[in-house]
Design a protein around this ligand. Sequence first.
Ligand SMILES: [Zn+2]
Length: 349
Amino acid sequence: MPLVSTRQLLDEAAKGGYGVGAFNVNDMEQIQAIMEAAKETNSPVIIQASRGARAFAQDNYLYHLMLAAAELYPQIPLAMHLDHGNSFETCESAIKLGFTSVMMDGSLKPDGKTPATFAENVEVTKRVADYAHERGISVEGEIGVLGGIEDGHGAGGSGLEHVTDPDQAVEFAELTGVDSLAIAIGTSHGAYKFTKKPDGSVLKMDLLIAIHKRLPKTHLVMHGSSSVPKDLQDIINQYGGKLKETWGVPVEEIQLGIKNGVRKVNVDTDNRLAITGAIRKVFVESPEKFDPRDYMKPARAAMQKVVATRMVQFGQAGHAGDYTAISIADMAKGYADGTLSTKPLVAAK
Ligand SMILES: [Zn+2]
Protein backbone atom coordinates (compact mmCIF):
# COMPACT_ATOMS: atom_id res chain seq x y z
CA MET A 1 0.00 0.00 0.00
CA PRO A 2 1.34 3.48 -0.76
CA LEU A 3 1.70 5.90 2.15
CA VAL A 4 -1.81 6.81 3.29
CA SER A 5 -3.10 10.09 4.66
CA THR A 6 -3.56 10.32 8.42
CA ARG A 7 -7.03 11.77 7.84
CA GLN A 8 -8.16 8.51 6.26
CA LEU A 9 -6.68 6.46 9.11
CA LEU A 10 -8.42 8.64 11.71
CA ASP A 11 -11.77 8.68 9.86
CA GLU A 12 -11.66 4.88 9.78
CA ALA A 13 -10.67 4.77 13.45
CA ALA A 14 -13.69 6.94 14.29
CA LYS A 15 -15.96 4.55 12.39
CA GLY A 16 -14.46 1.59 14.23
CA GLY A 17 -14.34 3.32 17.62
CA TYR A 18 -10.62 2.79 18.19
CA GLY A 19 -7.41 4.82 18.50
CA VAL A 20 -4.30 4.71 16.33
CA GLY A 21 -0.85 4.83 17.90
CA ALA A 22 1.56 7.34 16.41
CA PHE A 23 5.08 6.18 17.16
CA ASN A 24 8.16 8.36 16.81
CA VAL A 25 11.22 7.21 14.87
CA ASN A 26 14.78 8.33 14.27
CA ASP A 27 16.30 5.31 12.58
CA MET A 28 15.77 2.11 10.62
CA GLU A 29 15.49 -0.23 13.58
CA GLN A 30 12.62 1.76 15.09
CA ILE A 31 10.73 1.70 11.78
CA GLN A 32 11.34 -2.05 11.53
CA ALA A 33 10.08 -2.60 15.08
CA ILE A 34 6.85 -0.69 14.38
CA MET A 35 6.17 -2.43 11.06
CA GLU A 36 6.74 -5.88 12.55
CA ALA A 37 4.36 -5.00 15.40
CA ALA A 38 1.79 -3.78 12.86
CA LYS A 39 2.12 -7.03 10.91
CA GLU A 40 1.93 -9.13 14.08
CA THR A 41 -1.28 -7.39 15.22
CA ASN A 42 -2.69 -6.55 11.74
CA SER A 43 -2.83 -2.83 12.57
CA PRO A 44 -2.94 0.40 10.61
CA VAL A 45 -0.25 2.72 11.95
CA ILE A 46 1.14 6.25 11.97
CA ILE A 47 4.91 6.69 12.02
CA GLN A 48 6.01 10.18 12.96
CA ALA A 49 9.23 12.14 12.89
CA SER A 50 9.97 15.32 14.82
CA ARG A 51 12.25 18.13 13.73
CA GLY A 52 14.87 16.52 15.96
CA ALA A 53 14.47 13.21 14.14
CA ARG A 54 14.74 14.88 10.75
CA ALA A 55 17.95 16.59 11.86
CA PHE A 56 19.35 13.35 13.30
CA ALA A 57 18.54 11.04 10.38
CA GLN A 58 18.32 13.51 7.47
CA ASP A 59 15.10 13.82 5.50
CA ASN A 60 16.04 11.62 2.57
CA TYR A 61 17.07 8.67 4.72
CA LEU A 62 13.82 8.92 6.69
CA TYR A 63 11.62 9.23 3.63
CA HIS A 64 13.18 6.33 1.77
CA LEU A 65 13.05 4.12 4.87
CA MET A 66 9.33 4.89 5.03
CA LEU A 67 8.91 4.00 1.36
CA ALA A 68 10.71 0.72 2.07
CA ALA A 69 8.28 0.05 4.91
CA ALA A 70 5.30 0.70 2.62
CA GLU A 71 6.80 -1.62 -0.01
CA LEU A 72 7.60 -4.43 2.41
CA TYR A 73 4.22 -4.34 4.20
CA PRO A 74 1.66 -3.69 1.44
CA GLN A 75 -1.15 -4.96 3.69
CA ILE A 76 -0.56 -2.26 6.36
CA PRO A 77 -2.13 1.22 6.00
CA LEU A 78 0.78 3.47 6.96
CA ALA A 79 0.91 7.25 7.33
CA MET A 80 4.06 9.36 7.63
CA HIS A 81 3.50 12.31 9.94
CA LEU A 82 5.51 15.37 10.94
CA ASP A 83 5.41 15.75 14.73
CA HIS A 84 5.42 19.32 16.11
CA GLY A 85 6.12 21.43 13.06
CA ASN A 86 7.14 24.84 14.42
CA SER A 87 6.47 27.00 11.35
CA PHE A 88 4.84 27.11 7.94
CA GLU A 89 8.24 26.49 6.33
CA THR A 90 8.90 23.33 8.38
CA CYS A 91 5.50 21.91 7.37
CA GLU A 92 6.00 22.93 3.75
CA SER A 93 9.38 21.17 3.58
CA ALA A 94 7.86 17.99 5.06
CA ILE A 95 5.02 18.05 2.52
CA LYS A 96 7.45 18.60 -0.36
CA LEU A 97 9.49 15.63 0.86
CA GLY A 98 6.46 13.29 0.89
CA PHE A 99 5.05 13.27 4.42
CA THR A 100 1.33 12.45 4.22
CA SER A 101 0.40 14.56 7.22
CA VAL A 102 1.85 17.34 9.31
CA MET A 103 1.32 18.80 12.73
CA MET A 104 1.47 22.57 12.85
CA ASP A 105 2.11 23.27 16.51
CA GLY A 106 1.18 26.94 16.55
CA SER A 107 0.61 26.83 20.30
CA LEU A 108 4.26 27.89 20.51
CA LYS A 109 6.09 30.57 18.59
CA PRO A 110 8.58 29.35 15.94
CA ASP A 111 11.30 29.13 18.63
CA GLY A 112 9.39 26.07 19.90
CA LYS A 113 9.48 27.40 23.46
CA THR A 114 7.41 30.57 23.92
CA PRO A 115 3.61 30.22 24.08
CA ALA A 116 1.98 31.98 21.10
CA THR A 117 -1.21 34.02 21.21
CA PHE A 118 -4.49 32.48 20.06
CA ALA A 119 -4.51 34.76 17.02
CA GLU A 120 -0.95 33.78 16.04
CA ASN A 121 -1.82 30.10 16.43
CA VAL A 122 -4.94 30.42 14.26
CA GLU A 123 -3.13 32.38 11.56
CA VAL A 124 -0.22 29.99 11.00
CA THR A 125 -2.32 26.84 11.42
CA LYS A 126 -4.91 27.98 8.89
CA ARG A 127 -2.14 28.88 6.44
CA VAL A 128 -0.67 25.38 6.77
CA ALA A 129 -4.12 23.74 6.51
CA ASP A 130 -4.94 25.61 3.28
CA TYR A 131 -1.57 24.74 1.74
CA ALA A 132 -1.67 21.10 2.87
CA HIS A 133 -5.28 20.36 1.89
CA GLU A 134 -4.70 21.64 -1.63
CA ARG A 135 -2.11 18.86 -1.85
CA GLY A 136 -4.21 16.17 -0.12
CA ILE A 137 -2.16 16.28 3.08
CA SER A 138 -3.77 16.10 6.54
CA VAL A 139 -3.13 18.63 9.30
CA GLU A 140 -3.09 18.39 13.08
CA GLY A 141 -3.27 21.57 15.14
CA GLU A 142 -2.67 22.15 18.84
CA ILE A 143 -4.70 24.32 21.17
CA GLY A 144 -3.45 24.80 24.70
CA VAL A 145 0.22 24.09 25.51
CA LEU A 146 1.61 20.71 26.53
CA GLY A 147 4.07 20.39 29.38
CA GLY A 148 7.70 19.33 29.28
CA ILE A 149 10.37 19.61 26.62
CA GLU A 150 11.31 16.98 24.05
CA ASP A 151 14.04 17.29 21.45
CA GLY A 152 14.37 20.97 22.40
CA HIS A 153 10.67 21.56 21.69
CA GLY A 154 8.27 22.62 24.43
CA ALA A 155 7.38 25.33 26.89
CA GLY A 156 8.54 23.29 29.89
CA GLY A 157 6.42 23.35 33.02
CA SER A 158 3.99 20.84 34.46
CA GLY A 159 1.44 20.62 31.70
CA LEU A 160 -1.23 22.27 33.82
CA GLU A 161 -0.22 25.85 33.04
CA HIS A 162 -1.96 26.16 29.68
CA VAL A 163 -4.65 23.47 29.57
CA THR A 164 -7.09 23.68 26.66
CA ASP A 165 -10.20 25.80 27.08
CA PRO A 166 -13.19 24.03 25.42
CA ASP A 167 -14.63 27.26 23.97
CA GLN A 168 -11.27 28.13 22.45
CA ALA A 169 -10.98 24.60 21.06
CA VAL A 170 -14.31 25.08 19.25
CA GLU A 171 -13.27 28.47 17.88
CA PHE A 172 -9.87 27.13 16.83
CA ALA A 173 -11.38 24.15 14.98
CA GLU A 174 -13.84 26.44 13.19
CA LEU A 175 -11.26 29.03 12.18
CA THR A 176 -8.42 26.74 11.06
CA GLY A 177 -10.07 23.73 9.37
CA VAL A 178 -7.65 21.21 10.87
CA ASP A 179 -8.28 17.49 10.46
CA SER A 180 -7.35 16.69 14.05
CA LEU A 181 -6.77 18.56 17.25
CA ALA A 182 -4.10 18.02 19.89
CA ILE A 183 -5.28 19.17 23.29
CA ALA A 184 -3.46 19.90 26.54
CA ILE A 185 -5.01 18.08 29.50
CA GLY A 186 -2.04 17.95 31.87
CA THR A 187 0.24 15.57 29.99
CA SER A 188 3.89 16.35 29.30
CA HIS A 189 6.52 15.12 26.89
CA GLY A 190 9.40 12.99 28.13
CA ALA A 191 9.74 10.39 30.89
CA TYR A 192 8.98 12.65 33.86
CA LYS A 193 5.27 13.35 33.41
CA PHE A 194 3.90 12.79 36.90
CA THR A 195 5.49 12.34 40.34
CA LYS A 196 2.84 9.85 41.42
CA LYS A 197 0.13 7.78 39.74
CA PRO A 198 -1.90 10.58 38.12
CA ASP A 199 -5.40 11.36 39.37
CA GLY A 200 -7.92 13.92 38.17
CA SER A 201 -6.00 16.76 39.80
CA VAL A 202 -3.11 16.47 37.31
CA LEU A 203 -4.57 14.50 34.37
CA LYS A 204 -7.69 16.35 33.24
CA MET A 205 -9.77 13.65 31.58
CA ASP A 206 -12.91 15.62 32.51
CA LEU A 207 -11.63 18.42 30.29
CA LEU A 208 -11.05 16.01 27.41
CA ILE A 209 -14.62 14.74 27.78
CA ALA A 210 -15.93 18.34 27.84
CA ILE A 211 -14.07 19.15 24.61
CA HIS A 212 -15.37 15.98 22.96
CA LYS A 213 -18.94 16.92 23.94
CA ARG A 214 -18.56 20.29 22.18
CA LEU A 215 -16.73 18.81 19.14
CA PRO A 216 -18.21 15.32 18.87
CA LYS A 217 -16.87 14.57 15.37
CA THR A 218 -13.40 16.13 15.71
CA HIS A 219 -10.49 13.69 15.92
CA LEU A 220 -8.66 14.45 19.17
CA VAL A 221 -4.96 13.72 19.67
CA MET A 222 -3.29 12.84 22.95
CA HIS A 223 0.38 13.86 23.13
CA GLY A 224 2.82 12.78 25.80
CA SER A 225 0.91 9.52 26.14
CA SER A 226 3.59 7.05 27.05
CA SER A 227 2.63 5.01 30.07
CA VAL A 228 6.25 4.81 31.35
CA PRO A 229 5.70 1.32 32.79
CA LYS A 230 7.63 0.44 35.91
CA ASP A 231 9.02 -2.80 34.45
CA LEU A 232 10.75 -0.85 31.66
CA GLN A 233 12.18 1.63 34.19
CA ASP A 234 13.34 -1.27 36.37
CA ILE A 235 15.29 -2.99 33.57
CA ILE A 236 17.22 0.21 32.91
CA ASN A 237 18.02 0.74 36.58
CA GLN A 238 18.81 -2.94 37.17
CA TYR A 239 21.54 -2.70 34.54
CA GLY A 240 23.22 0.46 35.76
CA GLY A 241 20.77 3.16 34.68
CA LYS A 242 19.76 6.03 36.93
CA LEU A 243 16.13 6.88 36.21
CA LYS A 244 14.24 8.65 38.93
CA GLU A 245 10.86 7.17 39.89
CA THR A 246 8.19 8.50 37.53
CA TRP A 247 4.67 7.90 36.22
CA GLY A 248 3.19 8.23 32.74
CA VAL A 249 -0.37 8.19 31.46
CA PRO A 250 -2.07 4.93 32.55
CA VAL A 251 -3.36 2.87 29.62
CA GLU A 252 -6.89 2.85 31.10
CA GLU A 253 -6.96 6.68 30.93
CA ILE A 254 -5.92 6.54 27.25
CA GLN A 255 -8.69 4.01 26.67
CA LEU A 256 -11.15 6.39 28.36
CA GLY A 257 -9.89 9.07 25.96
CA ILE A 258 -10.45 6.76 22.98
CA LYS A 259 -14.06 6.30 24.13
CA ASN A 260 -14.30 10.11 24.02
CA GLY A 261 -13.01 11.07 20.60
CA VAL A 262 -9.25 10.42 20.87
CA ARG A 263 -8.15 8.89 17.56
CA LYS A 264 -4.37 9.45 17.60
CA VAL A 265 -2.18 8.56 20.55
CA ASN A 266 1.45 9.68 20.54
CA VAL A 267 3.98 7.32 22.09
CA ASP A 268 7.74 7.81 22.15
CA THR A 269 9.19 7.51 25.66
CA ASP A 270 8.04 3.91 26.22
CA ASN A 271 9.95 2.82 23.13
CA ARG A 272 13.05 4.74 24.16
CA LEU A 273 12.94 3.01 27.55
CA ALA A 274 12.51 -0.43 25.97
CA ILE A 275 15.44 0.08 23.61
CA THR A 276 17.78 1.43 26.28
CA GLY A 277 16.89 -1.31 28.77
CA ALA A 278 17.59 -4.05 26.22
CA ILE A 279 20.94 -2.55 25.22
CA ARG A 280 22.03 -2.04 28.85
CA LYS A 281 21.19 -5.67 29.60
CA VAL A 282 23.49 -6.93 26.84
CA PHE A 283 26.28 -4.57 27.85
CA VAL A 284 26.17 -5.72 31.48
CA GLU A 285 25.56 -9.43 30.89
CA SER A 286 27.89 -9.85 27.89
CA PRO A 287 30.58 -7.18 28.09
CA GLU A 288 32.72 -9.14 25.64
CA LYS A 289 30.27 -8.45 22.78
CA PHE A 290 31.00 -5.68 20.31
CA ASP A 291 28.90 -6.47 17.22
CA PRO A 292 26.13 -3.82 17.17
CA ARG A 293 23.68 -6.47 15.99
CA ASP A 294 24.13 -8.27 19.31
CA TYR A 295 22.40 -5.39 21.11
CA MET A 296 20.36 -3.78 18.31
CA LYS A 297 18.41 -7.01 17.70
CA PRO A 298 17.17 -7.33 21.29
CA ALA A 299 16.56 -3.58 21.39
CA ARG A 300 14.40 -3.77 18.27
CA ALA A 301 12.53 -6.79 19.65
CA ALA A 302 11.89 -4.96 22.94
CA MET A 303 10.42 -1.99 21.09
CA GLN A 304 8.30 -4.26 18.90
CA LYS A 305 6.81 -5.83 22.03
CA VAL A 306 5.85 -2.42 23.47
CA VAL A 307 4.34 -1.22 20.18
CA ALA A 308 2.36 -4.44 19.62
CA THR A 309 1.00 -4.21 23.18
CA ARG A 310 -0.12 -0.61 22.65
CA MET A 311 -1.74 -1.51 19.30
CA VAL A 312 -3.90 -4.08 21.04
CA GLN A 313 -4.68 -1.71 23.94
CA PHE A 314 -5.63 1.18 21.63
CA GLY A 315 -7.94 -1.11 19.62
CA GLN A 316 -6.30 -0.66 16.21
CA ALA A 317 -5.23 -4.32 16.13
CA GLY A 318 -7.12 -6.33 13.52
CA HIS A 319 -8.15 -3.29 11.48
CA ALA A 320 -5.42 -3.17 8.81
CA GLY A 321 -7.59 -4.89 6.23
CA ASP A 322 -10.74 -2.80 6.71
CA TYR A 323 -10.12 -0.44 3.80
CA THR A 324 -8.03 0.37 0.76
CA ALA A 325 -5.88 3.46 0.48
CA ILE A 326 -7.34 6.65 -0.93
CA SER A 327 -4.59 8.24 -3.02
CA ILE A 328 -3.21 11.58 -1.88
CA ALA A 329 -4.41 13.07 -5.21
CA ASP A 330 -7.96 11.89 -4.45
CA MET A 331 -7.67 13.32 -0.93
CA ALA A 332 -6.85 16.68 -2.52
CA LYS A 333 -9.98 16.40 -4.70
CA GLY A 334 -12.03 15.56 -1.60
CA TYR A 335 -10.85 18.67 0.23
CA ALA A 336 -11.53 20.78 -2.87
CA ASP A 337 -15.06 19.50 -3.52
CA GLY A 338 -16.08 19.46 0.15
CA THR A 339 -16.51 15.69 0.58
CA LEU A 340 -13.65 15.87 3.09
CA SER A 341 -15.07 18.90 4.85
CA THR A 342 -13.10 20.14 7.85
CA LYS A 343 -15.96 22.27 9.17
CA PRO A 344 -16.45 20.86 12.68
CA LEU A 345 -19.76 19.74 14.05
CA VAL A 346 -20.30 21.93 17.13
CA ALA A 347 -22.70 20.88 19.88
CA ALA A 348 -24.35 23.41 22.17
CA LYS A 349 -22.97 23.84 25.69
ZN1 LIG B 1 3.86 16.05 21.24
